[in-house]
Design a protein around this ligand. Structure first.
Ligand SMILES: [Cu+2]
Length: 211
């Protein structure tokens, strides 16, 4: 009886599976690299925060996008010899880091969402931080491939996003115990119409005043 019970408990555990995916840009007909991908699962459990860095160097952000789980801490070190003034104006969590050089104060991202990041002094500087309530997040590599391991079997939602998309793309997906593959595409209708003048708002501070 004891052996039988043990068997029942074991067979009731959720089987973890892998997903092998790839993303193709149907506009350029090429592999889509650096696409942020994450899985929305029913019970994400305790999502482990990380510490990440978005540096400012030569008046650009490095990297220009970050995907982090909720509760993560992000540093915005200024590695230039002059000031930057980092901000994010959004409906979730406003950021105003002020002017500084060096490490700067870290920011904890408590709520999921997309945070556009800009610099008040250099209006062309633009980056995004995507915060997700999921332990399953990644970005596609140079060949457009991505993969997840240890994913619970069953239904979930697969999300993917790039900065030039109008909105996050969401797909229903079912994870099976066998091999799972996911082929995703980026299509013209998903992309923003490009405007040349589209830059973050510069609050009339001449860049020359800070260099
Ligand atoms: Cu700047």
């Amino acid at each position: 009886m004891r052996y039988l019970l043990c068997f029942v408990i074991l067979s009731g555990t959720v089987i973890a599976a892998d997903i092998m995916g790839s993303i193709k840009n149907m506009v350029t007909l090429s592999a889509a690299s650096d696409v942020l991908v994450w899985l929305e699962v029913d019970n994400p459990g305790a999502v482990e925060p990380i510490t990440a860095h978005m540096r400012q160097q030569e008046k650009e952000f490095h990297p220009r996008q970050l995907l982090v789980p909720v509760g993560s801490v992000v540093y915005f070190p200024n590695e230039d010899p002059f000031f930057h003034n980092i901000f994010s104006h959004n409906a979730i969590q406003k950021l105003e880091l002020g002017q500084y050089k060096g490490q700067g104060e870290p920011v904890t991202f408590e709520k999921p969402g997309i945070y556009p990041i800009g610099c008040e002094i250099h209006p062309w500087m633009a980056a995004h931080i995507l915060v997700v309530n999921s332990p399953f997040y990644t970005q596609s590599d140079a060949t457009g491939k991505f993969n997840f391991s240890g994913v619970p079997e069953g239904k979930l939602k697969l999300h993917y996003w790039t900065a030039d998309m109008r909105q996050t793309q969401v797909r229903d997906y079912e994870v099976k115990a066998s091999r799972n593959v996911a082929f995703l595409t980026i299509e013209q209708k998903m992309l923003r119409r490009k405007k040349r003048e589209e830059t973050p708002v510069n609050r009339d501070i001449p860049a020359s005043a800070y260099e």
